[in-house]
Design a protein around this ligand. Structure first.
Ligand code: GAR
Length: 192
């Protein structure tokens, strides 16, 4: 225990940031894990307020910086052990996925490969599940490669969908799985 190296995590988010908050809280008292920064492309995202209150370094960047190599340079200086996408909606460019091969993970709110791909995020995913009349849905935690939602799957968890479930209800069921499992899987990847 005593000689475990401190592992560094970077979080990426575009939206309200409830997963970011949950992950930060989960590791708050863990002296072996440091959240070295939260990065967002959305200056209006709810994630900003949450992170400011938790006193974690926050970085707002734009799409140009993501794609012209500026951002990856900054991230390299922070030497992260893991980059965690939590509701991050832009495509991760090739330079990132090459440098951080198997070090970037994402959570998707469905059982991939179902209901994934470009434009599939948040409630759109749950709408698609309902429209398909699927009897179950869930979460997929996967490595990130240069294609949306196609990297190899690390973990999935399922939940039943009832005919009468509203989109809200499905979203809540899936969120419960996200909050329970995403931090646990991060912990396992950092300390196999
Ligand atoms: C989460 O449900 C996450 O699975 C989803 O965005 C939500 C972010 O919520 N991600 C995707 O849909 C990726 N394609 P949050 O901002 O409250 O954590």
């Amino acid at each position: 225990m005593g000689n475990k190296k401190v592992k560094k995590i970077i979080l990426f988010a575009s939206g309200s940031g409830t997963n970011v908050e949950n992950i930060i809280k989960y590791f708050h008292d863990n002296v072996h894990v440091e959240i070295v920064g939260v990065f967002t492309n959305n200056p209006k995202g709810g994630v900003i307020d949450r992170v400011e209150q938790m006193k974690i370094p926050l970085n707002i960047f734009n799409k140009l910086e993501l794609n012209n190599g500026e951002l990856v340079k900054q991230i390299c200086l922070l030497t992260p052990d893991l980059i965690v996408l939590a509701g991050f909606l832009l495509k991760i460019p090739l330079d990132f996925t090459k440098i951080f091969f198997k070090k970037i993970i994402n959570i998707h709110p469905s059982l991939l490969p179902k209901h994934g791909g470009k434009g599939m995020y948040g409630d759109r995913v749950h709408q698609s599940v309902k429209k398909a009349r699927d009897k179950e849905t869930g979460i997929s935690i996967h490595y990130v490669n240069e294609h949306y939602d196609e990297g190899s799957i690390i973990f999935q968890a399922k939940v039943r969908v009832l005919d009468q479930d509203s989109i809200r209800k499905i979203a809540r069921k899936v969120q419960r799985l996200e909050y329970k499992y995403y931090p646990e899987i991060i912990q396992k990847l950092l300390f196999p």
